[in-house]
Design a protein around this ligand. Structure first.
Ligand SMILES: [Zn+2]
Length: 103
């Protein structure tokens, strides 16, 4: 189960709207909340599947080889985010409960 923390824009001085650290999802308050939660929840899923130590290593390898946009972990996460913005409020509520409990 992931924990979501919402922070002000100034917490991301180098850009970006969200960040995942293992099972901690940090998102900007001014972003598209549903999109960001689904995007970052995909990274939690990837990190859990691949492993605590291996995921950051593989993610960085992907960044070096393919850059950010074509990083396949990011492609999967963008797809998850794009799908979430089509959810009904009830579907999004169930998604959030499954990934992140009641936070
Ligand atoms: Zn991402």
């Amino acid at each position: 189960m992931a924990k979501i923390i919402t922070v002000p824009k100034w917490c991301f001085p180098f850009g970006g709207y969200g960040l995942t650290l293992w099972k901690l999802i940090i998102i900007r308050e001014d972003g598209d909340r549903d999109y960001l939660i689904a995007h970052e929840a995909k990274h939690v899923e990837q990190w859990t599947e691949i492993g605590f130590f291996k995921f950051p290593f593989y993610y960085i390898l992907e960044l070096i080889e393919n850059g950010y946009t074509n990083n396949h972990y990011e492609i999967e996460a963008r797809e998850a985010g794009d799908k979430a913005v089509t959810f009904t409020p009830e579907q999004m509520k169930r998604f959030r409960e499954a990934c992140c409990g009641d936070n």
